[in-house]
Ligand binder design. Sequence first.
Ligand code: DGL
Length: 272
Amino acid sequence: MNDPEKYAPVGVFDSGVGGLTVVREIMNLLPDEQVVYFGDTARVPYGSKSGETVTKFSRQDVKFLLGMHVKAVVAACNTASAVALDEIEKEISVPIIGVVRPGARAAAEATRKKKVGVIATEATIHSEIYTKYIQGIDSDTKVIGKACPLFVPLVEEGLLNDPVTDEIARRYLGELKGTGIDTLILGCTHYPLLKDTIARTMGEDVTLVNPAYETARSLKKLLTEKGLLNSSDTIAKHRFFVSDSVDKFLSFASAILPYEITSAERINIEEY
Ligand code: DGL
């Protein structure tokens, strides 16, 4: 790798806005890295679609990012990471990481009782990918999954601290509480935004694992190992792309990221 490649951006994609929880962690941990983000806001959600469709969409998202000359790709979407990553990794020459493996690793390390819960979209739970990775690390660990599809629209409606969200959380998480898990993976990009509600509902004996944070750490490790860390001290200029309305994206992005996002560009992802 020659030096200019160090200064290339990191490409991050998600089905919509949720991947910004991963971008937030990347900005915290790797402030010198430039991020090019693509949110497929026209085709969200991925979590209720078939594996075939999620793979097709993810492949287009990655193709767009590669066209932006990124040095590495982060699949900042649990569903895409669960369903499409293995296949896409074989097809491209830049390194790609997802959010599932880092989250699974952290949970396997955190559990004392060897009982881990995972909450995620239907597609991620159905893939059983977290179970596969965790049991690949420790085959004695039991993994219990629960799809929580209503959490995504609740977050997108801004109901982060609301009695309606508390009630839905009680219903979804009630059955997990009775299983004796001591660690719970927030296995969907939106769920870290509901951390307070989920922590309150599960109680203080349950450790919450945030794959977004773990992914930023994995990205740092990957870039360091490959000699790709950006060592320049010029201020990173991030770029944001979406496949639907820019305005809606800007207000959501500004609420999540540490600074106000004033511009994003709309692209036609079907062309990729
Ligand atoms: N980004 C998705 C995930 O992390 C949640 C939203 C969707 O279903 O597309 O699984």
